[in-house]
Design a protein around this ligand. Sequence first.
Ligand SMILES: Cc1cc(=S)c(O)co1
Ligand SMILES: [Zn+2]
Length: 268
Amino acid sequence: SAAEWGYTKRNGPFTWAKNYPTAAGIRQSPVDIDTALATSDSSLESKPLRWKYVPQNTRTIVNSGHGWRVDVDSEGSELVGGPLEGTYKLQQFHCHWGSSSDKGSEHTVDGQSYAAELHLVHWNSSKYADCGEAADYPDGLTVLGVLLKVGAKNPELQKVIDLIPSISHRGEKTEVKEAIDPAKMLPKTLSYWTYLGSLTVPPCNESVTWILFKEPVEVSEEQLAAFRSLRCYKRGEECPCDEVDGLLISNYRPTLPLGTRELRECGS
Ligand SMILES: Cc1cc(=S)c(O)co1
Ligand SMILES: [Zn+2]
């Protein structure tokens, strides 16, 4: 089969369009947030973004081979308001990071990278039956993006990090026993930028309304190091990628042009 996509020279972001043509589209993510281009929009201010999560519904954490991912039972969750029409439900959350903390976020702000970026993936439950179906429609998904910068240890993310040793290799998964509250991983101030974009991994579906919070949240260097200890290959198999020891030291996609898309902001 075609070499699985990844983040190395051989199978990285600049090769994805070969097997996933949408990756070469004009509504791709991430993008650089040129703050001077952002337009504030009274309709966003008038409909505050609101979310409700059920910490007990965080089910499993898996090593996808491209990072860690916490899968959630969508029932009981909801995200409404801001740029969104209808109700979106939480499906999963995951992170992107770099080989050192001077890079690793997917979105950049006025050209500045952060150390990592947390993505909370939601699907439009007002119009579609599940996340898989929603991913095929332009209004199907919403991802809340949180920029992560080096600082204090993040207690909520520590619950994820404590599970990483049990999912060290690709395909390994484990139950999340201690409830993780996604709401506790969001910044205090809720100002955000929003624009229409895509998944940042193949097949790069152009079905995401991006909502990127302006205020970064802190994680510690040790926590970032734990992310980089994940391996991209299955236990007992050869390491297919040419990363050092098959360690997932970097899993962020470089930015794509915003093009003629509108970039709106809410809050200072
Ligand atoms: C559905 C999905 C969305 C993003 S942003 C990602 O990295 C993986 O999967
Ligand atoms: Zn992502």
